[in-house]
Design a protein around this ligand. Sequence first.
Ligand code: GDP
Length: 474
Amino acid sequence: MFESLSSRFSSAMSSLRSRGKLSASDIDATCLEIRAALLDGDVALSVVDSFIEVTREKSLEALSTAQAGSNQAQAIFDVVNEQLTEILGGGARRVRFAKNPPTVIMLAGLQGAGKTTLAGKLAKFYADQGNTPLLVASDLQRPNAVGQLQVLGESLGIPVFAPEPGNGVGNAVKVAQAGIEHAKSKFYNMVIVDTAGRLGVDEELMKEAIAIRDAVKPDEILFVVDAMIGQDAVRTAQAFQDGVGFDGVVLTKLDGDARGGAALSIVKMTGKPILFASTGEKLSDFDIFYPDRMASRILGMGDVATLAEQAKKAFDGDAAQKLEEKFASGEDFTLEDFLSQLEAMSKMGSMSKLLGMLPGAGSMKKQIENFDESEIIRTKSIVQSMTPAERRDPKLLNGGRRARIALGSGRKVSDVNSLVEKFSGAQKMMKQMRKGAAIPAMGIPAMSSPKGQSAPQKKKSKSGNPAKRALEES
Ligand code: GDP
């Protein structure tokens, strides 16, 4: 996400840190660097100019109050962080719920922006919080939009109101209106209305969107826009703003090679906040948009807050507590524990996305891109092919058992050996941690080998047979 912008901001900031006492000309040089980075990121010129003006002014102010050395650089970093957060919308706003349910959310935007996918994501997001959403299929233009929404609803167990087949058949306004009535009669507390887009902004599209708006009186009109189209997103947003009007923006496809232009321009250019961000095709690739977290990412500080939230969701509280207790009581960390951690990690989503949230991720871009996601699945299949007894006590794993596991998991015996070897390394580290040694990086085998890079080899041990060696060591 915004890798190029992020690496240029990081380098501007680190070159500032490397200088000693800072002067006004250092600030000018940094502002020039930032300006070029923002323009290359396709941010609207007027937004760039006002950003630079305020940042320069506040940085000079900060310079006069901060002391020489790193404090000065930090003070300027804080100013840039604050200004970035500000142009991304400041505090995150939430969807306003209607006083009298149902709360009606209408989605608007061009065809292909990701509205139908978003309808499913929003429904899941609100259903998970205890709401009872109804999806309404009012996109009767795009081929198979109705079917797509039905499939989404079915996979989520969320009802879809779709009385018309779509594909050019049916009246979208009537469907929307009837959808609201249906929701009221069935006591759904939220209605999400998917509407048709077009390939470009045209009058017919606007007319239909306006008619749906007037018929359903939405509490929130969300303008959905593909972040990859850069400043075109701003132009489209302004056309929708003038035509239909909207209350908030949803940026989609932030997982692609979006350069940041849409995100950094749209709030200032439309005066409307970004409420949600979509980062992939899966229903879980979606979150509230937090301006401060996005600013942090752009500045190369990662997004540890989101990472922690995702980890909390994926690692179920009881299991985490049990593992902690087990660890504290001196019991061994077994392959069974390891398997449950791998499963929780898979629930957290793509490893590259997770790694991308770490501070300094910009400088690991290549490794993150090359991370072989299927390695986790392969590792899991090896552990799953072991018997519970083997998982609890890998020392049982003699040659015959290893061959059986390799066959069962469709891997080579050398893969099984390598996993067991790395696991026993991790287990040893856990023991050292318990004894109070410095906390090592979790030696998760699958994580240590990005595609095309082999993990560091361990020193040769006394016995060639790993099971025998483990026995010797024990
Ligand atoms: P609509 O015409 O606005 O309803 O767009 P769709 O919801 O059908 O989305 C268009 C395409 O974009 C589909 O292939 C979606 O799977 C894909 N898509 C939607 N949101 C995202 C996203 O955040 N990231 C990526 N990579 N693809 C997305």
